[in-house]
Design a protein around this ligand. Structure first.
Ligand SMILES: Cc1ncc(COP(=O)(O)O)c(C=O)c1O
Length: 496
């Protein structure tokens, strides 16, 4: 394997004792010819885009997109920015690859509603037909708990009979059910922390809790590839934000050192606090955070650490307890443990775990605790049941089996694609598998051709990725069988 490979070497310490096993991640550089062809592809699309915008301007071509109202024509344009240009002229050509409605549980296989467009993807019509049994390589269903049968579904049904589906109040009013408290105690036990709080939405868990923790005069050090919810939370907090290179400990240490040496701009007062924001698994890169090094740095420079385990909780570690479990670290070394229930638990919502003082503080200071309706009871039940299965508290080995199946499937699928010559990104142990496509034309073609073969994939391009790094992003699940993974890899080989 060539390209940029990061191994277990520690950046700032002479020995590698922080890692108990080799830490291997691959980011092959874009081959020069591919980069040139990709830029040419975007260049041609851009030229045609400007041409079509010109035709639309003179009403020669019908304009479907939002435009300024006639009476506001002399205003500064509201819609004509570059991203809009991209949406109108590039994204529209391949728009059929996204927002496809599905009409089944998003398990290992799913049913997709067939659509057609008669106006080049501006609008879609359902044909009434359903494409059955499409292999689902897109859902974050790492442990296969997105199910409509089995223990979790049964428990959720019983729970709905008891509580109904909605709560109609916030936690601080009449929306604090016993099941929420049970869930929070279980999550704290699962994570190995003193206390936890559950929220109805993962995105809001980040965007509403970060502002409760930091504010003006505080410094946030954020990985450049952090999720939008972390970025929004950081911005809403009013803190100063500095961004370090993805998973790059030298870059993080440089920012930490600068922050300590120079303090706040102009006044040079020390920062009130420094908060490092990282994720467990990065969902576009398939990378795993270098947590042992981040913890060593945060201790050395006395900064706080906020870890978002949305994709790693349930999906990593011998006990499925996320990236802390994966590296064999102490959860107490992470100040704020955040995660979502939307992926491995097949449910909805998010959590924050940590010291009791932290959680008690958030209960009274977080907007998502005070102003948002609490989690739907059947959702809470789905999490409780699936988490107990993972912990083996249901008295079976089902959870352990799913964890080892996920790990086996990940290794098998990644190895198979590597052997076929595909360029993959990320960590060997990551169930998020980005397969590089590079060229804009391939984004649409890959998604469509895979669907023709009954495989549902997520394809991703600019602005979600750098312009020359378009990719297909597979999410491996414990529910996938060998045959499914073989079908997917063989079909991918046909179309790349
Ligand atoms: C890292 C990360 N954090 C937070 C979220 C938001 O979680 P949710 O989708 O559960 O609202 C996501 C969503 O994918 C995510 O990837």
């Amino acid at each position: 394997r060539i390209g940029h490979m990061t191994d277990g070497s520690c950046h700032f310490l002479a020995n590698c004792s922080l890692y108990k096993k080799p830490f291997l991640e691959y980011y092959e550089e874009t081959p020069l010819l591919v980069a040139v062809l990709t830029y040419m592809g975007y260049g041609i699309l851009t030229i045609f885009g400007y041409l079509r915008d010109f035709l639309r301007h003179w009403n020669i071509e019908k304009c479907h997109v939002a435009r300024e109202r006639e009476e506001q024509k002399d205003f500064v344009p509201l819609y004509q920015d570059f991203e809009n240009f991209y949406t109108r002229n590039l994204y529209m050509r391949i728009r059929d690859n996204w927002n496809r409605p599905i009409c089944s549980v998003p398990g290992a296989k799913m049913d997709v509603m067939e659509r057609v467009s008669h106006d080049y993807n501006w609008t879609f019509e359902h044909t009434g037909k359903v494409v059955k049994d499409v292999i689902n390589m897109g859902s974050y269903n790492y442990l296969g708990f997105a199910e409509n049968t089995g223990a979790c579904a049964d428990a959720a049904v019983e729970c709905t009979k008891k509580y109904g589906a909605g709560v109609s109040s916030t936690r601080s009013e009449i929306g604090n059910l016993d099941i929420h408290e049970e869930l929070e105690q279980l999550v704290a036990r699962f994570l190995g922390v003193e206390s936890s709080m559950a929220f109805g939405m993962g995105f809001a868990t980040n965007s509403m809790n970060i502002p409760a923790l930091t504010g003006k005069g505080c410094l946030i050090l954020s990985d450049e590839l952090n999720h939008a919810s972390l970025v929004l939370g950081a911005r809403l907090s009013g803190s100063t934000i500095r961004v370090f290179k993805h998973n790059n400990m030298q870059s993080l240490e440089k920012l930490l050192r600068d922050a300590i040496v120079n303090g706040q701009p102009r006044t040079h007062r020390p920062w009130k606090k420094i908060l490092i924001l990282v994720e467990g698994i990065y969902s576009m890169e398939g990378s795993i955070v270098r947590l042992p090094e981040v913890i060593a740095l945060k201790k050395r420079y006395k900064a706080y650490l906020y870890l978002d385990e949305a994709h790693s909780i349930g999906a990593l570690g011998p006990n499925g307890r996320g990236v802390v479990d994966y590296f064999g670290l102490d959860p107490k070394d992470v100040d704020i443990m955040m995660g979502t229930f939307t992926k491995s638990f097949g449910a909805a919502g998010g959590y924050i775990g940590g010291k009791k003082e932290l959680i008690d503080y958030l209960r009274w200071h977080s907007h998502s605790a005070l102003y948002a309706t609490s989690m739907s009871p059947p959702v809470a039940q789905q999490i409780i049941t699936s988490m107990k299965i993972i912990m083996g508290e249901d008295g079976t080995t089902l959870g352990a089996d799913r964890l080892s199946q996920l790990s086996e499937n990940t290794t098998y699928f990644r190895r198979k694609l590597h052997e076929m010559g595909f360029i993959l990104y990320g960590n060997d142990d990551s169930p998020v598998v980005p397969l590089m496509l590079y060229m804009p034309a391939k984004i649409g073609a890959f998604g469509r051709e895979m669907l023709k073969r009954n495989i549902g994939t997520v394809v991703v391009g600019f602005p979600a990725t750098p312009i020359i790094e378009s990719r297909a992003r597979f999410c491996v699940s414990a529910a996938h069988t060998r045959e499914m993974l073989d079908t997917v890899s063989a079909s991918a080989a046909l179309h790349c």
